[in-house]
Design a protein around this ligand. Structure first.
Ligand code: SF4
Length: 93
């Protein structure tokens, strides 16, 4: 059975991204290097920051689901994107 989803899209870097996803970050694998934070800020969304020594999505509503943070991580601490309801964005984790 298939299901149609309504999505909000964002144009960035010459591509179209679907909003409503945030990175899942393993606090065990994260070593707080800031690679993901710095890249996310450089690209514009500014979703992530270091909290208590590990990366966290402090502005999940800004995420454009481009996945750049996943590529930036040297320890593979970011390995999935979690979907959330756009009408009820999660609070900062
Ligand atoms: S790039 Fe990976 S290890 Fe570095 S702060 Fe981000 S999640 Fe943690």
């Amino acid at each position: 059975m298939s299901k149609k989803l309504e999505v909000e899209t964002v144009e960035a870097f010459g591509r179209t991204f679907a909003k409503g996803n945030i990175p899942e970050i393993s606090p065990v694998r994260c070593m707080g290097c800031r690679n993901c934070v710095n890249l996310c800020r450089k690209l514009g969304p500014t979703v992530l920051d270091i909290v208590d020594g590990v990366a966290r999505p402090v502005h999940p509503e800004n995420c454009i689901s481009d996945g750049a943070c996943m590529v930036a991580c040297p320890t593979k601490a970011i390995f999935l994107m979690s979907r959330y309801d756009l009408s009820a964005p999660p609070a900062a984790l």
